[in-house]
Write a protein that binds this ligand. Structure first.
Ligand code: HXC
Length: 257
């Protein structure tokens, strides 16, 4: 069975990636992470794709790294494999990633969702970083991104106990942008992706990069980064087209230039 299913053009400008190891609740083994990363890097170069939705199935987005695969690894195996450089490649993607999460998003699954730009959750989604229960800690960003998403005290509580939290809690705390009925979570994510894909691509890219800088920079540096990008957009044909179309009361035609 293919560990990753790829549907391009499911909506205009949108690609859908489905994690597909249902027998292990989409546990992220090395082959799946490799294929996911390679596919994302290819889609990054594909002009027809503007936004990417990553999903699993109703029961699981992903229940974490594949415990059976890594159980007997040594520290040196881990170091030499250096799996997490793949996660850095995903972090550097310019295109928009939306996670459509239903069921379990645990450990590496929660970290993958947090690596995406937006999370849409089904009402059945359950999030957690249960690594502590198997003798480790989150390794693909969980201790950093969960703190930024839900605050230090809650992140501590959930990382130190390994307990899960619900979609409704995730929404109340700001980890996910929306909770929708289970039959709609993928549809809503695809609709959102299509809407973003219809926006001027360079502005989308620079907006994404600017928002992500809020994680990394001081306010002063972040404002500087934003301002440079704002000025830079006045060099695009799409800025001229967008403002002209507004004044002429018509729909803009984007060129992505
Ligand atoms: C390997 C997994 C798995 C995992 C589930 N399975 N999670 N296999 N790695 N992370 C397998 C089970 O072994 C089982 O297969 C099948 O999927 C169904 O799971 P069950 O446990 O029978 O289902 P259920 O009783 O409903 O419990 C669901 C669950 C539980 C609560 C999600 O499976 C669970 O606790 N999974 C582990 C969650 C976890 O600890 N994740 C963090 C991993 S560490 P078999 O064939 O055995 O019946 C991590 C580090 C991140 O992610 C590093 C960055 C990548």
């Amino acid at each position: 069975m293919q560990p990753l299913l790829i549907e391009k053009g499911i909506r205009p400008g949108v690609a859908l990636l489905r994690l597909n190891r249902p027998e292990s609740l989409n546990a992220l083994n090395r082959a799946l992470v490799a294929e996911l990363t390679e596919t994302l890097l290819q889609l990054e170069k594909d002009d027809e794709v503007k936004a990417i939705v990553i999903t699993g199935n109703e029961r699981a987005f992903a229940a974490g790294a594949d415990i059976k695969e890594m159980a007997n690894d040594s520290a040196i195996d881990m170091l030499l494999l250096d799996q997490f450089q793949r996660w850095d490649q995903i972090k550097r993607l310019k295109k928009v990633l939306i996670a459509a999460v239903s069921g379990y998003a645990l450990g590496g699954g929660c970290e993958l969702a947090m690596l995406c730009d937006i999370i849409i959750a089904s009402e059945t989604a359950q999030f957690g970083q249960p690594e502590i229960k198997i003798g480790v800690i989150p390794g693909a960003g969980g201790t950093q991104r969960l703190v930024r998403a839900i605050g230090k005290s809650r992140a501590m509580e959930y990382i130190l106990t390994g307990r899960f939290f619900s979609a409704q809690q995730a929404a109340a705390w700001g980890l996910v942008s929306r909770v929708v009925p289970v039959e709609l979570y993928l549809e809503e994510a695809l609709k959102l992706a299509e809407e973003i894909a219809s926006m001027p691509p360079i502005a989308v890219q620079l907006a994404k990069q600017s928002v992500l800088k809020a994680y990394e920079l001081s306010l002063e540096e972040g404002l500087h980064f934003e301002r440079r990008n704002f000025y830079l957009l006045f060099a695009t044909e799409d800025q001229k087209e967008g403002m002209r179309a507004f004044m002429e009361k018509r729909t803009p035609q984007w060129k992505g230039r």
